[in-house]
Design a protein around this ligand. Structure first.
Ligand code: FAD
Length: 305
């Protein structure tokens, strides 16, 4: 219930204006976001890389409604990739993109064209792009555009959400050689007709999907903070005789940093999803919905600096 309320607020312009203009403590946002500027993204990336982590950088923004905004987002990624390359950070730093931030909701062709430009810049820089997955109304379009991108940029990563009933079948489609698939539980408020609602059902689906990806020939990217899912992934990797460099764990910046360090110490690749930019509102609200206990921390910070 609380999760649905927070996710509804995540989509509300009115609440965004209210929260966005409140003097929210920098610490709350900084817990999950590198900062507003490109330099913040570079600085935090350098720190994470020097502690042994891989990174996927996300320029914050979604549900873009104007071609100008989409062009600005595309240019931000081109600037980012140029700077990462100049600093010798590619790899282990890659980028994650949201097609809705590139215009998918009003012009799919434009979003595809911009995504291609970003993939080309990533290839030139020596790194990869992963295409985030958004709410279920965009899944078909996103997978379709991803397949197009993979014709010329075969290492473009997909994201599949275990809460969707369709995802087991999508995992089978995408488990082939050369494919990179990030498996997450899913962060949006989805109807029962398309998504499992109970945590237990989502977790069971996650394990079924993980089995398919681990048994396949692609590179599974196990994106979860759930200790049980992490343990099951470690177990399945052994069962399917996977070397630690044939798959990776992924977590969000600011969540379970001790466990991130533990996984590196045990010889795994651990990639941190690191957002930056001024449009932190939707991202932060989804993180609060995942853990309503964080809401008290957030509300206390309203009004404090
Ligand atoms: P949960 O069952 O939600 O949590 C398990 C445990 O993890 C909790 O008990 C708690 O200890 C800890 N935890 C979880 N969330 C938090 C938090 N916010 N703060 C503190 N502790 C927490 N979703 C999409 O829909 N599309 C995407 O493209 C996408 N990309 C992602 C990329 C990465 C690298 C990751 C890690 C997640 C991504 N997600 C994405 C979000 C994902 O779908 C989940 O909403 C999120 O990861 C929480 O699920 P969980 O697997 O951690 O398990």
């Amino acid at each position: 219930m609380l999760r649905s309320v927070i996710l509804a607020a995540a989509r509300s312009d009115r609440v965004e204006r209210l929260v966005g203009t409140a003097p929210v403590s920098r610490d709350v946002v900084r817990r999950y976001v590198a900062g507003a500027a490109l330099d913040d993204a570079l600085k935090t990336s350098r720190e994470l890389v020097s502690s042994g982590l891989a990174v996927s950088l996300d320029y914050l923004g979604e549900d873009t409604t104007s071609p100008e905004q989409a062009a600005t987002t595309k240019q931000a990624y081109l600037d980012l990739l140029g700077a990462l390359s100049a600093e010798g950070l590619c790899p282990p730093v890659e980028v994650s993109i949201k097609l809705s931030a590139l215009g998918q909701l009003f012009d799919e062709k434009l979003a595809y064209r911009y995504a291609r430009e970003i993939c080309q810049a990533a290839t030139n820089a020596g790194t990869t792009v992963t295409v985030d997955m958004e709410d279920h109304t965009t899944t078909d379009s996103t997978l379709e555009l991803l397949m197009q991108l993979r014709k010329d940029f075969p290492d473009t990563g997909a994201v599949l959400q275990a809460y969707l009933r369709r995802t087991e079948a999508d995992c089978r489609e995408l488990a082939g050689a050369g494919s990179r698939v990030r498996l997450c539980k899913g962060a949006y408020d989805e109807p029962e007709s398309v998504a499992f609602q109970a945590k237990l059902d989502v977790d069971r689906s996650y394990v079924r999907c993980l089995n398919i990806l681990m048994a396949g020939e692609g590179r599974p990217m196990v994106a979860t903070h759930d200790p049980r899912m992490v343990a099951i992934a470690e177990d399945r990797a052994k069962w399917f005789d996977r070397s630690p460099d044939s798959f990776e764990f992924q977590m969000l910046y600011g969540i379970r940093p001790d466990e991130q360090r533990r996984l590196i110490a045990d010889g795994y690749t651990m990639r941190v999803y690191l957002p930056y930019g001024v449009q932190w509102y939707g991202y932060l609200m989804r993180r609060l919905a995942e853990r309503p206990a964080n809401l008290a921390f957030f509300l206390r910070s309203l009004g404090s600096r």
